[in-house]
Design a protein around this ligand. Structure first.
Ligand code: DOR
Ligand code: ZN
Length: 347
């Protein structure tokens, strides 16, 4: 039985870092673990230009703890009016590593997102040509669709037509939560990959209601059934290069989580790698951990794996910590599912 594991330093290919005080408060937790992160652009206002991305990148670099080499990889927020030419110019100077599609109204700060996928077809055409990946929040916005089916319906209504029209476009199906999503990715070629979050490896929709309604288990896409979680877990430990880690760590102040209309998003950065390791351990798949956390994503984005390593140990007693951090006169609570955490980052 393994009680210690050393792997190439992981990357986080889906991360919300926010800005200002919140950025300073949360960044050290990601920077301690991850070599690089694909930084989501859903700020207010959203990051839509190369100049905004570069300014945001500098703010992140400035907020890094002393001695940190953490590297933010920037993304562009896709809107109905994104210009293909501007995007090509931005790509030429490596301003963006991906373009993020938020269907308008799908999630936090998505109001400027895409209202109709056809409006951005010229942009997708340009991205296909230059090889710039499209990162998608894969849920439709339709009040008539059951919330647990939003991902499956997104495949039918959006992904299938887009894949048919732009077969060479690189697409990342972010935070995969459903069996339908997993099956779909398996059916596609190497241009279609997916990220998987720590929380979707652990939670089912039961966790949202266990012991009363629990906003700290609420994110979008929402956790689904045991069958869905099983499919997501199997994909993560499969060793198939198309599935890799993106934590979707998404901090919100307690005041915005503990209210009617609680914000969607789970701040998992501090416990993310420990919990992922724990799930792989429980599924007797520790030999597949490094590929999932540290190799496949980098390869997809055309990057070399990080040059350093991290070491985790399995404790006999649950890991203890504060389970919250302070910022802006409030706290942000750290992802703490029902399962105690035993895997601890030591180096
Ligand atoms: O739960 C979520 N939170 N899902 C998203 O897609 C966005 C994120 C956020 O920014 O808070
Ligand atoms: Zn996200």
């Amino acid at each position: 039985m393994s009680t210690q594991i050393t792997i190439i330093r992981p990357d986080d290919f889906h991360l919300h870092l926010r800005d200002g005080e919140m950025l300073s408060a949360v960044l050290p937790y990601s920077a301690r673990i991850y070599g690089r992160a694909l930084v989501m652009p859903n700020l207010i206002p959203p990051v839509t230009t190369a100049e905004q991305a570069e300014n945001y990148r500098r703010r992140i670099i400035d907020a890094r703890p002393e001695g940190s080499h953490f590297e933010p990889l920037m993304t562009c927020y896709l809107t109905d009016s994104t210009s293909p030419e501007a995007l090509k110019a931005a790509y030429a100077v490596q301003a963006f590593h991906a373009v993020k599609l938020f269907p308008a109204g799908a999630t936090t700060n998505s109001a400027s997102g895409v209202t109709n996928i056809r409006k951005v077809y010229p942009v997708l055409e340009a991205m296909q040509e230059i090889g710039l990946p499209l990162s998608v929040h894969g849920e439709v916005v339709d009040p008539e669709v059951d919330i647990f089916d939003l991902e499956a319906v997104f495949i039918e209504r959006i992904l299938k037509p887009v894949r048919k029209t732009f077969p060479e476009l690189k697409i990342v199906f972010e935070h995969l939560t459903s069996k339908e999503g997993v099956d779909y990715v398996y059916d596609q070629d190497e241009n279609m990959v997916a990220t998987i979050t720590p929380h979707h490896l652990l939670l089912t929709r039961n966790d949202l209601f266990k012991g009363g309604m629990n906003p700290y288990m609420y994110c979008l896409p929402v956790a689904k059934t045991f069958k869905d979680r099983e499919a997501v877990r199997k994909a993560a430990i499969s060793g198939d290069e198309r599935f890799f880690l993106g934590t979707d760590s998404a901090p919100h102040p307690a005041a915005n989580k503990e209210k009617a209309g609680a914000a969607a998003g789970i701040f998992n950065a501090p416990t993310s790698l420990g919990y992922v390791t724990q799930v792989f351990d429980e599924l007797s798949a520790l030999d597949k951990l490094e590929g999932f956390t540290s190799i496949y994503g980098a390869r997809f984005y055309g990057l070399s794996p990080n040059g350093s390593t991290v070491t985790l140990v399995k404790r006999d007693e649950p890991v203890e910590m504060d389970w919250q951090i302070e910022t802006g006169g409030d706290v942000v609570k750290i992802f703490k599912p029902d399962t105690p955490l035993f895997w601890d980052l030591v180096d």
